[in-house]
Design a binder for this molecule. Structure first.
Ligand SMILES: Nc1ncnc2c1ncn2[C@@H]1O[C@H](COP(=O)(O)OP(=O)(O)O)[C@@H](O)[C@H]1O
Ligand SMILES: [Mg+2]
Length: 378
C-alpha cells in the first residue's frame, strides 16, 4: 500500500512537524482566545485543524465554508456538528433544548449516516444564523467545557453572506465559553477583516501563520522511513533531490512521493524522481493552463516566467525590459495580486517565489525554456 497521503482527511502517521504552530493553537484556545490561521492553499491548514479536533480534547464544531452554499446551509451544518458532539441520541430532545427559537422550523430524517437535520425553507436567514451562532454557547453550558468553532476557508463568507463576520462578532462578545478559529488562504482579505481598523472582526482574533515549508531534517527522516518500510528504499542523493524539488511544500512532499512510490520497484534513484515529475507535469499541465486563463492578467505569463527564471534582480530595468514588463509598478501590481491568490509568496524585499513547485516547473518548461532557447539561437 502506498504510504503517502494527500487529500482532506488528516492522517496522523503522515503529519510532519508543525509543532510550534500546533502549540500556539492549543495554548491560544486554552487561554480563551479566538484565532485566525493564515496560510497559502495546500500548506496544511485543514490537516492541523483536524489534528486539533481529534487530539486536543476540546469539543469542536468544524464547518468548511467552501462546501456551504447559503446562510441556511451554514446554519444546518452548525446544527449537524453540534448534534454529533453531544452524541445525543434523541434529536427531538436536542432540538427542544438547544434550538428553542427554531424548534418549529427544524426537521430531521434518519438515513444511513444517522440523523440529518434540515431547516424549513420559509425560515429567514437571520433567524437561522442567530440560532446557529447561539448553539456553541448552549453546547458549552451543557458540556461544562470550552467549545471551539472552526470556520475553515473563511474567505468564502463573501459568497455566502457578506455580513457573516458582523453577525459572528455580535455573538461572540457574549459567549464566554466559546472560541473561534478562522482559517483561510486569502491573506490580504483576512488581514483587512481582522487587522484593519475598519474590518468587522478587528482585533478579535490572534493571528497564527502557517507560512513555512516543512523543515528539511524532519521531512527527510519521514520520507526515508516511509519508503524503506514499504519495501522501496531511496538512495540518499535521491532523497535530497526529492526535498530540493518539493522544497518541503506539504502537499507536494506527499503528492510527488506518492507518484514516486507508484513508479518504483526496488531502489529509488534520481531517475525515478525525474520520471515521476514528468508524469505529474503531464497530468497537471491542463489544470495549470486553466489557472493561467482564470487569473487572466495581461502580463501574467511574463511575470511568472520572470519568477521561474534564474533572474535575481527582478525589478532591475534591464531585467524588466528582457521580460517585456513595462514598469516596476506593473510588476508590483501583478505580484500583489498573485500573492493574494496564494500563487506567489514574498520571501524578502525584492525576492518572490512561485509557491507551487510543480507549477514553477511548468512555467519554466513552457515559457522560460522556450524563450532562453530562442535567445540562444539568435
Ligand atoms: N504537517 C504536514 N505533514 C505532512 N504533510 C502535510 C502536512 N500538512 C499537510 N500535508 C499535506 O498537504 C496536503 C494539503 O493539506 P491541507 O491541510 O488540505 O492544506 P490547506 O487546508 O492549507 O489547503 C494534505 O493532504 C497532506 O498531503
Ligand atoms: Mg483546507
Amino acid at each position: 500500500m502506498n504510504p503517502f497521503h494527500f487529500g482532506k482527511e488528516y492522517i496522523p502517521e503522515c503529519f510532519i512537524d508543525r509543532e510550534k504552530e500546533y502549540a500556539a493553537i492549543h495554548s491560544g484556545i486554552e487561554n480563551g482566545l479566538n484565532l485566525v490561521l493564515i496560510a497559502p492553499r495546500r500548506f496544511g491548514k485543514t490537516w492541523i485543524l483536524q489534528k486539533f479536533m481529534k487530539e486536543s480534547g476540546f469539543p469542536t464544531l468544524y464547518v468548511d465554508l467552501f462546501g456551504v452554499l447559503t446562510p441556511k446551509d451554514f446554519a444546518t451544518q452548525m446544527i449537524q456538528g453540534a448534534y454529533a458532539i453531544l452524541k445525543e441520541e434523541n434529536p427531538v430532545a436536542f432540538v427542544s433544548k438547544h434550538l428553542r427559537k427554531l424548534a418549529h422550523c427544524v426537521s430531521f430524517s434518519l438515513g444511513l449516516k444517522g440523523v440529518s437535520f434540515s431547516l424549513n425553507p420559509a425560515t429567514s436567514d437571520q433567524e437561522s444564523l442567530a440560532e446557529a451562532l447561539h448553539l456553541p454557547q448552549s453546547l458549552a453550558a451543557t458540556l461544562q467545557s470550552r467549545v471551539v468553532v472552526i470556520l475553515d476557508e473563511f474567505q468564502e463568507y463573501e459568497r455566502i453572506l457578506p455580513e457573516l463576520p458582523g453577525y459572528i462578532r455580535s455573538v461572540f462578545q457574549k459567549q464566554e465559553g466559546v472560541s473561534y478559529i478562522f482559517s483561510g488562504s486569502r491573506k490580504h482579505m483576512l488581514e483587512k477583516l481582522f487587522f484593519h481598523a475598519s474590518g468587522p472582526l478587528y482585533y478579535s482574533a490572534k493571528r497564527i501563520d502557517l507560512g513555512n515549508f516543512l523543515p528539511k531534517e524532519e521531512t527527510l527522516l519521514y520520507l526515508e522511513e516511509k519508503f524503506r518500510k514499504s519495501g522501496k528504499p531511496v538512495q540518499t542523493e535521491a532523497l535530497e533531490y526529492l526535498y530540493a524539488i518539493t522544497r518541503g511544500h506539504p502537499y507536494y512532499v506527499q503528492f510527488v512521493s506518492y507518484e514516486v512510490w507508484n513508479l518504483a520497484s526496488g531502489w529509488i534513484t534520481k531517475d525515478t524522481i525525474d520520471t515521476a515529475i514528468d508524469t505529474l507535469l503531464h497530468h497537471e499541465s491542463y489544470n495549470y493552463d486553466v489557472l493561467l486563463e482564470a487569473l487572466g492578467y495581461k502580463h501574467l505569463k511574463r511575470v511568472l516566467s520572470l519568477l521561474a527564471s534564474k533572474e535575481r534582480e527582478i525589478f532591475h530595468p534591464q531585467v524588466l525590459a528582457r521580460w517585456g514588463i513595462s514598469s516596476p509598478a506593473l510588476l508590483q501590481k501583478i505580484l500583489t495580486k498573485l500573492i493574494d491568490y496564494g500563487v506567489v509568496e514574498k520571501l524578502a524585499p525584492g525576492k518572490y517565489e512561485i509557491l507551487d513547485p510543480l507549477f514553477a516547473m511548468y512555467v519554466e518548461r513552457r515559457f522560460v525554456y522556450n524563450k532562453e532557447r530562442k535567445e540562444a539561437e539568435l
